[in-house]
Design a protein. Structure first.
Lengths: 139, 138
């Protein structure tokens, strides 16, 4: 079985799917990503599907599942590079890709993650890690 | 127009995950050869992927046959998916969006129907299922 490589750029994981994935390969990618998110403490996952000729219901479900898993693990998923013909087909197929953020390309996807990260941190941006003192008071 | 392009019928057995990938690739090659538009190619290959997976998961495997058809005005691609599995007991229900017995999204059969021009299902309990789809060039 082929495997899709997962690259790390800072605290973002980048996956560029370059092969016609079998269902098993898609499931393996899902598991690999979950492990890598925790391993490196990733805050974002960018999945580039520029090279995908089609997204059927199985791959569509895989993308939704990855988005849900990463959310639970405090990371945001952005799917980038969807071809127009793929988008048209997905909608007609009846797949809505709920909960998935999309961007036109990898660069915009990474910016989207950075921006939403800043938003999340909000006025606490100075606080990178919980202070030992805070932990003590909340205990 | 057909010079150099092999348009004879082609068959692909469906017995594994990898065969579903092979069906997709075969259908794409033929769709390109009969010059379907990019969107129509994408729709047909997506439908074929759904139906090949159904053949594998619900039919217990089978085969796909891809033929080039010509009605005198235009050409198209016809694919027949056949299995000797348990058949579909309630076809209307199986064609309902969101209905699944296999843990999927329930969009395979109903979604595939929307993506092609002609869609025929023949099924009998205990005898298997045969799904024929056709996409015409415009």
């Amino acid at each position: 079985m082929e495997r899709v490589p997962v690259l790390k750029i800072g605290d973002i994981l980048l996956v560029s799917i370059q092969i016609d994935m079998s269902d098993q390969t898609a499931l393996a990618l899902q598991e690999d990503l979950a492990e890598r998110i925790v391993e490196i403490g990733a805050h974002g996952v960018v999945i580039d599907i520029t090279a995908l000729d089609i997204v059927d219901s199985f791959v569509g479900r895989m993308l939704s599942t990855i988005a849900s898993i990463s959310k639970v693990l405090d990371a945001e998923t952005v799917v980038v590079g969807m071809r127009p013909a793929v988008a048209i087909t997905l909608v007609e197929l009846g797949l809505s890709l709920n909960g998935i953020r999309t961007a036109l390309n990898v660069e915009r996807g990474m910016k989207l993650i950075a921006a939403s990260r800043e938003n999340d941190l909000g006025h606490d941006e100075e606080v990178k890690d919980p202070e030992p003192g805070q932990a003590a008071t909340s205990a | 127009m057909t010079a150099g392009v092999d348009l004879s019928p082609k068959a692909q057995a469906i017995g594994s995950d990898e065969d579903v990938v092979r069906v997709r690739q075969l259908v794409r090659t033929v769709a390109v050869a009969v010059k379907l538009s990019l969107v129509d190619q994408t729709k047909l290959v997506t439908a074929a992927s759904e139906l090949a997976r159904n053949t594998l998961i619900y039919g217990g495997g089978g085969n796909a046959e891809v033929t080039v058809v010509d009605d005198g005005r235009r050409r198209g691609v016809r694919i027949v998916f056949a299995d000797s599995g348990p058949g579909i007991p309630d076809l209307d229900l199986a064609l309902t969006d969101g209905y699944t017995t296999g843990g999927g999204l329930g969009l395979g059969l109903s979604g595939a129907r929307r993506l092609v021009d002609e869609f025929i299902v023949e099924t009998a309990a205990g005898k298997g299922t045969r799904v024929t789809v056709t996409k015409w060039s415009r």
